[in-house]
Design a protein around this ligand. Structure first.
Ligand code: PHE
Length: 344
């Protein structure tokens, strides 16, 4: 045992390490569970009782010396790292990270919002989980209106007077705006909406809308028409024409659906516009007096218009994508097509 102790003393004296890893290996070699010093400590049990005192002392010294040496090596390595910098090759090229780009739906939503911002509209947002009051009741939906039925609406809770649900349109944000903002109001409400519909090339249960609301004194249908025409020309090009067809929404009267002249065939008829020369882009109308009243606005003094469009629909028309589902599948090949499409 004496020789073994001396031998280890000698080896400790010669021990060197230039990296943290080597210092750690040295620690394991001498002081680890199966290390040389540890092994000697275990052997100590078998030492004859009369020698125990002498060897006990020696072994303790050895252990102390080993600990001190390893500490010394570790701090020397650390110091060197501070002094000379890390050992990595800093000139090595980095890992390339794939660069993401904005989603086409986000690009178009932003374009729509930017156009209305130029016209002086603010942006308003509201909750996706809404109550029946803000999605339906305040918007003049009669109690048994078909749109309230389960087939259209995802209910979060039911059974009481004002159930929670996933908003089916962002008109709810317009109601919230009318409730809290002073008049006049000019806002667009972009956001995600939910409808319990079968998923197909033309419909999805989740999609995005931008709706707009303008309330002031003496707002007329002519103002609505002008706003929509300017928007359509900004979005689809300066030659674009619009036409309005009578329609019905509980919250507007009169109501209309808006078509833009087909930007592919310019009215001649093609398979995108199904030969008609027109593409439907949104619903709109003059805010129903009942809606103004419900939010505490006097319809005798104020009037307004509202409109709402589907962002995916506008994107499909703009980029001639014939299947809405592409926008939700996150296929990189599809998304990359839009990596540089930021201009209107
Ligand atoms: N809220 C209607 C929809 O989701 C769109 C719309 C908004 C129509 C405003 C008219 C006026 O379909």
């Amino acid at each position: 045992m004496k020789e073994a102790i001396d031998q280890i003393f000698k080896e400790l004296g010669e021990l060197k390490a230039t990296t943290e890893k080597e210092a750690e290996e040295a620690r394991i070699r001498f002081l680890g569970k199966k290390g040389e010093v540890t092994a000697l400590m275990e052997q100590f049990r078998t030492v004859a009782p009369e020698l125990k005192r002498e060897y006990g002392q020696k072994l303790n010294e050895l252990k102390k010396a080993a600990n001190a040496k390893i500490e010394e090596l570790k701090s020397a390595v650390e110091q060197a790292a501070v002094q000379y910098g890390p050992k990595e090759d800093l000139s090595m090229p980095g890992d390339s990270m794939p660069l993401g780009s904005r989603h086409p739906v986000s690009i178009v939503r932003q374009q729509i919002v930017d156009i209305f911002r130029k016209f002086g509209y603010d942006v308003a947002e509201g909750p996706e989980i809404e109550d029946d009051y803000h999605v339906f009741e305040a918007l003049n939906f009669p109690p048994n209106h078909p749109a309230r039925e389960m087939q259209d609406t995802f209910f979060v809770s039911s059974g009481h007077l004002n159930p929670l649900l996933l908003r089916t349109h962002t008109s709810s944000v317009q109601v919230r705006t009318m409730e809290k903002q002073p008049l006049p109001i000019r806002v667009v409400c972009p956001g995600r909406v939910f409808r319990n519909e079968a998923i197909s090339a033309r419909a999805h249960c989740i999609f995005h809308q931008v709706e707009g609301l303008y309330i002031d004194k003496d707002v007329t249908f002519a103002d609505l028409k002008q706003a929509i025409l300017l928007f359509a020309r900004e979005m689809f090009g300066p030659e674009t024409e619009i036409r309005m067809r009578p329609s019905y929404f509980p919250f507007t009267e009169p109501s209309a659906e808006v078509d833009v002249s087909c930007n592919i065939c310019h009215g001649k008829g093609c398979n995108i516009c199904k030969g008609t020369g027109w593409l439907e882009i949104m619903g709109c109308g003059m805010v129903d007096p009942n809606v103004l009243k419900a939010s505490g606005i006097d319809p005798a003094q104020y009037s307004g218009f509202a409109f709402g469009m589907g962002v995916e629909r506008i994107a499909m028309l703009k980029w001639q994508v014939n299947d809405l589902r592409h926008y939700f599948e996150n296929d990189m090949r599809f998304l990359q097509e839009f990596a540089t499409a930021t201009e209107v």
